[in-house]
Design a protein around this ligand. Structure first.
Ligand SMILES: CC(C)(COP(=O)(O)OP(=O)(O)OC[C@H]1O[C@@H](n2cnc3c(N)ncnc32)[C@H](O)[C@@H]1OP(=O)(O)O)[C@@H](O)C(=O)NCCC(=O)NCCS
Length: 453
């Protein structure tokens, strides 16, 4: 590998010093000019930047004049996520396609509409001729999110209406990407395993009669086999990750980039870049790595004292990545609970039983209980802290034998439906480029001729 793609030379270090010296802004100026850092107000609430009908997150209730924290609730197009999940599980259907229809078209599909929509996705679930050989197999990356983004950008070249942002065309592109994301992710992973680890290469063609969740497992496993429970739990994971309001980092990216009038492929590549971050979709990997570290450092997994001690070490930057965080706990919006984590937990217990991993399940439950107490003692918590969706998702994926490299792409496979709905909502309603303000706090200087500097 060419050293300029990895080596930090003394020249770069010297330039870094200069960069740092002239890039640091006095922290007090942010309060002086009342900057809403992170687009949040002083209480941590998001600044209102848009309206949406696609989903709603509830974490507070009004008690007279007072805003009081409540159990979290999530509504897709006004329908409670708990009822959606209960509904398709009771009726023994896979839910992701139904939820994608709901998010994009704004209503629950009838039997016939769902069948037609699933057939449309199946028809779109194919890549251009030789795309796997010419694009995915060439120069594979160890990061599947980058592979995914690269593939998305390259698909632009295969689309004769790539830059057309009329609604029918953007809808077609959104559905196409929703259909092919599982292929791009899984094949990207297979190429990586083949070229980086020397594993045998499997490229299984998806089957039109299978749901998105089933196809992921079908394409990933060398023998294409999976249990019904595995497919249903992965489907629930996709449903719970499909959408989370307009303000989450990657969906807001969708709005920002769409508002410039650019094409769908550029918008989705930008949103993928956002989702990859460990403060956003990348957190599920951190949770699993944190638990691996805990298992190595705590000898008795049932001891509240030992587990609390480790959690306190995490907060005091003495354990794991020394970031002072207990991953999978807390949320910018939810207070007493994240409904997605609660729904997930019910299925996790059944899967742990099937997989013989109840000891770990009990450890997760213990950490969930103790972490909330320890964080409340060690940090200033106004609104309550509870497990978020990432707390259990990594554990579920490990029980499904999904490789760590695919944890965040699974999130992307789900969230493309929310992004597609928001891109259409932005194009239909906005027409104004998103352009917030930045105040310059630099003093003016004279231009000095180069010989006099
Ligand atoms: C998601 C997260 C960034 C939200 O932070 P937030 O918006 O500041 O949330 P709160 O207002 O409830 O936090 C209050 C305080 O508790 C701290 N806190 C909250 N969750 C915490 C956690 N899991 N570990 C350590 N400290 C935490 C916050 O950093 C904040 O401290 P500060 O006042 O010193 O800045 C935060 O909970 C976190 O970092 N969690 C771990 C990472 C994670 O799981 N991310 C996935 C989210 S879906």
């Amino acid at each position: 590998m060419d050293s300029k793609y990895s080596e930090i030379t003394p020249e770069i270090l010297a330039l870094t010093d200069l960069c740092l010296k002239n890039s640091s802004i006095d922290a007090e100026l942010y309060s002086k000019y009342k900057v809403n850092r992170g687009l949040r107000d002083v209480n941590g609430n998001g600044v209102l930047t848009g309206l949406t009908e696609i989903s709603e997150i509830q974490s507070f209730q009004m008690n007279g004049e007072d805003k009081v924290p409540c159990e979290g609730r999530l509504f897709y197009r006004g329908v409670d996520i708990e009822d959606i999940v209960d509904g398709f599980i009771k009726e023994k259907r896979f839910g992701f396609e139904e939820v994608t229809y709901l998010l994009i078209f704004g209503k629950l599909p009838t039997d016939q509409q769902l069948a037609d929509f699933s057939s449309l996705l199946a028809k779109y679930r194919t890549l251009p001729t030789s795309f796997v050989r010419d694009i995915i197999m060439k120069a594979p990356s160890s990061d599947m999110m980058n592979t995914l983004a690269r593939s998305v950008l390259t698909l632009h070249a295969y689309d004769t209406k790539a830059n057309d942002i009329s609604i029918p065309n953007v809808l077609r592109q959104g559905l196409l990407l929703t259909a092919v994301f599982p292929l791009l992710s899984v094949y990207g992973y297979q190429a990586y395993k083949h070229y980086f680890a020397g594993d045998s290469l499997f490229i299984h063609t998806p089957r039109p009669e299978l749901s998105t969740a089933e196809n992921i497992l079908y394409m990933l496993r060398p023998d294409c086999r999976y249990t019904e429970l595995e497919a249903r739990i992965l489907d629930v994971a996709l449903v719970l990750h499909a959408e989370h309001g307009g303000g989450n980092n990657s969906t807001f990216t969708t709005h920002v980039v769409s508002s410039s009038g650019t094409d769908t492929y550029s918008v989705v590549a930008a949103s993928l870049g956002s989702l990859k971050g460990p403060k956003h979709g990348g957190a599920n990997i951190k949770v699993v790595q944190m638990f691996d570290d805990l298992k190595k450092n705590v000898s008795d997994w049932t001891s509240e004292e030992q587990v609390s001690g480790y959690l306190r070490d995490l907060l005091n930057k003495k354990a794991f990545d020394k970031a002072g965080l207990i991953y999978g706990m807390g949320h910018a919006v939810y207070s007493l609970s994240d409904p997605r984590a609660n729904i997930f937990k019910r299925f996790v217990q059944r899967l742990s039983e099937e997989k013989g991993r109840m000891e770990e399940f009990r450890l997760y439950s213990l950490v969930e209980k103790l972490a909330a107490e320890v964080i409340a003692e060690e940090r200033k918590i106004y609104k309550g802290v509870s497990a978020n969706i990432d707390f259990y998702s990594g554990f579920v994926y490990s029980m499904l034998d999904l490789p760590l490299e695919l944890y965040t792409p699974i999130f992307a496979i789900a969230r493309i439906s929310g992004w597609s709905a928001h891109r259409i909502e932005e194009l239909v309603n906005a027409g104004k480029i998103i352009r917030p303000a930045y105040k310059s706090v630099a003093p003016r200087k004279e231009y000095v001729a180069i010989k006099d500097r």
